[in-house]
Design a protein around this ligand. Structure first.
Ligand SMILES: [Zn+2]
Length: 85
């Protein structure tokens, strides 16, 4: 189980036993954890331009974004996933 899954599970177990105000805080934290897991898929075109889920384009001269050490989308901050062409 990842650290994020553990945190989500813990917050879920906590929810029935805490005040309404704390439940609101827990909901905000769960939302942030969900955002952390979301991905932005980059797909390359024949010219080697990678088009992102969030509507941007990025040119990689050699290899894929992952092969160049990119783990997060530099435009929206989500975790980067490479799509197939
Ligand atoms: Zn993005």
């Amino acid at each position: 189980m990842s650290a994020i899954d553990e945190a989500k599970s813990y917050l879920g177990q906590l929810a029935p036993r805490i005040s309404a105000k704390d439940r609101r805080v827990a909901r905000v934290i769960r939302g942030l954890l969900a955002d952390r897991e979301a991905t932005c898929t980059w797909t390359d075109d024949p010219e080697g331009i990678w088009h992102t889920d969030c509507g941007e384009a990025f040119e990689v001269h050699a290899g894929s974004p992952g092969q160049n050490g990119l783990r997060y989308c530099c435009f929206c901050g989500r975790k980067l996933a490479e799509g197939s062409t």
